[in-house]
Design a protein around this ligand. Structure first.
Ligand SMILES: Cc1ncc(C[n+]2csc(CCOP(=O)(O)OP(=O)(O)O)c2C)c(N)n1
Ligand SMILES: [Mg+2]
Length: 342
């Protein structure tokens, strides 16, 4: 006789506190709302450049970031809005970054979606793919030298793992057993190149094994699983046991950016992945566990939508930076640590 004949989820089997389960879901929901809003604002011509949506991939950014300390570092790429939000970057600073106004953390220097925020340990990504992987790994080396139990978490897509610098970086991290966790978001496409034409390995996580780093491939649309897997790797890293690479299988619902109609892929592929929507899945779980009601969901969404409205209004009132400010903040004396601290 099965112990759970109705196949209902069991909070004891999940093994996480209620507060964490609700917190993870709330971050996924807020990320979805903010992402959809920023897409629309770009399409309305309210800011320039383009927008890289991460709708469909939220669990891969929220899961690893939830529970990190302020003193931990994350190295995002171009689809990590959920990581910034979960790390505690103020909402207005995220919106300001795409608007490229003076109140943006980079004062408008970077391309939209290159979110960085020093006070919360978020490295500003460069456009060069895997660049933030190298910087995050350098931070991990600094933590090791300073004998701090902080960790660095680096995010990248599967396409980025084909760049030479990515391999050199993982080799370095493997040799020195650095406190870094690598999150690969395998969304099956790098712009219009399918993952099957990107590498001959069966799993992208196998690439880590060449550098003596454990690699694991998981369902990247299950926020609970992503969080638990990442939390284990983070614990190992903090304990000085070295890096881990986690490949999260996921899918982006929209084009590479808002200027890409994504007509290189089949609509049936998208429809299949929509059935595995990380938000709907998390919502179903919480409803079944009795940790959420539809009214509560509406209340969270309503309140956060008002916060987005206020952040957008604030950014639209901001001026652009003066030309001479292009030289401000280009070099840093103390991020994440000053040399004389170790
Ligand atoms: C070194 C380098 N090569 C090419 C590009 C152009 N480019 C930007 S994003 C991208 C695709 C990245 O694919 P992936 O790493 O899988 O991330 P995804 O966009 O799927 O999240 C490319 C080729 C770049 N920014 N940097
Ligand atoms: Mg990709």
């Amino acid at each position: 006789m099965p112990s759970n004949p109705l196949n209902k989820p069991d909070i004891k089997e999940i093994g996480l506190p209620e507060e964490t389960i609700v917190g993870l879901y709330t971050c996924v929901l807020k990320t979805r709302l903010l992402d959809e809003r920023l897409r629309k604002l770009f399409r309305q011509g309210r800011y320039a450049g383009t927008y890289f949506s991460a709708v469909g991939q939220e669990a891969t950014t929220v899961g690893p970031t939830y529970g990190l300390r302020d003193s931990d570092i994350i190295g995002p790429s171009h689809r990590e809005i959920g990581a910034s939000l979960t790390k505690g970057v103020p909402l207005v600073k995220i919106v300001a970054q795409v608007y490229a106004r003076r109140n943006s953390p980079d004062k408008g220097k970077s391309h939209p979606c290159h979110y960085g925020y020093k006070d919360k340990g978020v490295i500003t990504p460069a456009s060069t793919l895997a660049g933030q992987t190298m910087l995050a790994t350098g931070c991990a080396m600094a933590f090791k030298l300073m004998k701090k139990d902080n960790v660095a978490v680096a995010f990248f897509g599967e396409g980025s793992t084909s760049s030479g610098g990515w391999h050199e970086t993982l080799n370095y991290a493997g040799v020195h057993k650095l406190p870094v966790v690598y999150i690969c978001q395998n969304n099956l496409w790098a712009e219009s190149v399918p993952a099957s034409l990107q590498s001959g390995v069966e799993k992208y996580s196998d690439r880590a094994k060449a550098y003596g780093i454990p690699g694991i491939t998981i369902d990247g649309n299950d926020v609970i699983l992503v969080h638990k897997t990442a939390a284990e790797a983070i614990k190992r890293a903090r304990a000085g046991e070295g890096p881990t690479m986690i490949e999260c299988l996921t899918y982006r619902w929209y084009g590479h950016s808002e200027i890409d109609p994504a007509d290189y892929r089949k609509s049936s592929e998208l429809e299949e992945w929509k059935k595995k929507d990380p938000l709907t899945r998390a919502e179903k779980l919480l409803l079944e566990l009795g940790l959420l009601t539809l009214d509560k969901r509406e209340a969270i969404a309503e309140e956060f939508t008002q916060e987005i409205d206020a952040a957008v209004a604030e950014c639209e009132k901001e001026p652009y930076a003066e030309p001479e400010e292009a030289y401000v903040d280009v070099y840093s004396e103390n991020f994440p640590v000053r040399r004389d601290e170790y």
